[in-house]
Design a protein around this ligand. Structure first.
Ligand code: NZQ
Ligand code: ZN
Length: 383
């Protein structure tokens, strides 16, 4: 096992009716900026619950944060935060609203050009405190330091992370997710699944606890995912899915083990160039990336096949193939396409655009930090 520091200060308040606890969680004496997305919270009763819990606090509202939150939009909020001296940010929505709000929090205190936080890894030394009410289980943003921000004018989608951006608290009430369209539930299951794979499907590192925790999350997704998709108001299924999504990207399963993130690297570029949903890109890239990298990943893939799908093949390579086939079949069972052609995108075009961009940036990624534009092109041609 590798050395690691595990630190996660986010208070998680989980369960039915927990939005009412905002009254104790949000500082009473400070002005609050309430951020949200395109309006789902005004249709499903979440907005009313939040406003009721906040009582007569001074609340400024900023709505309209898009899916794949845009820098241009977020900078409008940064201006408001600075003018009105907002001292606490409350994000209510999915990963995009949470990520966008983390960026507002960092940019609001940043001296210089905030885009540098994303494009030049400029250090975030402070951020306005953020709390969240999560309405879409998927990203893990509710209990991690990361945010992914898009800039339309340059077709870029870039990530940053800072310990200053851990939410102070996140409220996870599974009933807020009952209104999710099936497509977003499907996306959330796939995103969570791929988060686990990025931290598990690497190479053995003698970390049986982390392995078993990752396998447990995958098993829960396989068991509860299709059920919660068909039964959106079944509380326990939604609660189990929601908790699995948080556990997949809060730092627990990555402690002391190698990580990959190549699927996400390539997927983010696919969203930037073609506008596909985050999870849609992952479902296309992951199976082909695993096939391409099978010689290096087969021990973990075979372990997954044996433990999760009871594959009894004794040969490692065959068991690894079975794992990849099972993963792709699982995505299909959720109505998730796994080929670019299903979105009418030409693999050669994707390979060129994304390969050229990685070449420009001289990117190196993957669990051995040695994948380059060359491998990205090869993988994309198979997508
Ligand atoms: O904008 P509103 O009207 O709220 O509608 C949203 C949006 O259209 C809707 N929605 C959310 N909760 C709902 C709901 N509709 C009905 N009922 C509800 N309860 O769902 C749509 C998608 O929302 P979005 O927040 O974009 O989805 P998601 O949570 O999947 O977030 C995706 C973003 O997170 C980034 C992705 O790249 C993408 O930009 N990621 C963030 C990560 C992180 N912070 O650690 C890691 C991930 O790998 C990922 O990259
Ligand atoms: Zn993801």
């Amino acid at each position: 096992m590798n050395n690691f520091t595990y630190f996660n200060p986010t208070r998680l308040v989980f369960g039915k009716g927990s939005i009412a606890q905002l009254n104790e969680l949000v500082p009473a004496e400070q002005s609050v900026l309430l951020t949200y997305g395109g309006g789902s919270i005004k249709k499903n009763g979440v907005y009313e619950q939040v406003k009721a819990a906040l009582g007569d606090r001074e609340v400024i509202e900023f709505g309209g944060i898009e899916a794949n939150p845009r820098y241009e939009t977020l900078m409008q909020a940064v201006k408001i935060v600075r003018e009105k001296q907002a001292r606490f940010l409350l994000a209510v929505g999915g990963g995009s609203v949470l990520d966008g709000t983390k960026f507002i929090a960092a940019a609001g205190r940043f001296e210089g050009e905030p885009w540098d936080i994303l494009s030049k890894n400029a250090e975030v030394t402070s951020a306005i405190p953020v709390g969240s009410v999560l309405t879409l289980p998927a990203t893990g943003s509710e209990a991690n330091t990361f945010a992914v921000i898009s800039r339309n004018s340059t077709q870029e989608k870039l990530a940053f992370g800072s310990p200053h951006c851990f939410p102070k608290f996140s409220i996870l009430d599974p009933t807020t997710t009952f209104s999710l369209p099936p497509k977003q539930v499907r996306n959330g299951i796939v995103d969570t699944f791929v988060h686990v794979m990025e931290q598990y499907a690497t190479f053995p590192s003698d970390a049986p606890l982390q392995d078993a925790q990752a396998e447990a999350i995958i098993s829960v997704l396989i068991e509860q995912g299709p059920f919660t998709l068909k039964n959106p108001t079944d509380y326990n299924a939604r609660a189990n899915f929601m908790w699995a999504a948080t556990q997949a990207l809060n730092g627990v399963i990555s402690a002391g083990v190698p990580q990959d993130w190549a699927t996400h690297m390539i997927g983010h570029e696919m969203t930037a160039f073609y506008g596909l949903d985050h999870a849609e890109t992952l479902a296309i890239v992951l199976p082909q990336l695993l096939r391409h990298q099978k010689p290096r990943k087969q021990l973990k893939l075979a372990q997954l096949a044996r433990r999760v799908w009871d594959v009894s093949d004794l040969e490692t390579a065959k068991a690894a193939d079975a794992a990849i086939d099972h993963i792709e079949a699982f995505f299909h069972s959720l109505n998730m396409p796994t080929r670019l052609a299903e979105y009418k995108i030409d693999p050669a075009d994707a390979a060129k655009k994304i390969g050229d961009r990685f070449a420009q940036r001289n990117s190196k990624f993957g669990d051995h930090a040695d994948l380059t534009e060359k491998e990205a092109r090869e993988i994309l041609l198979k997508c």
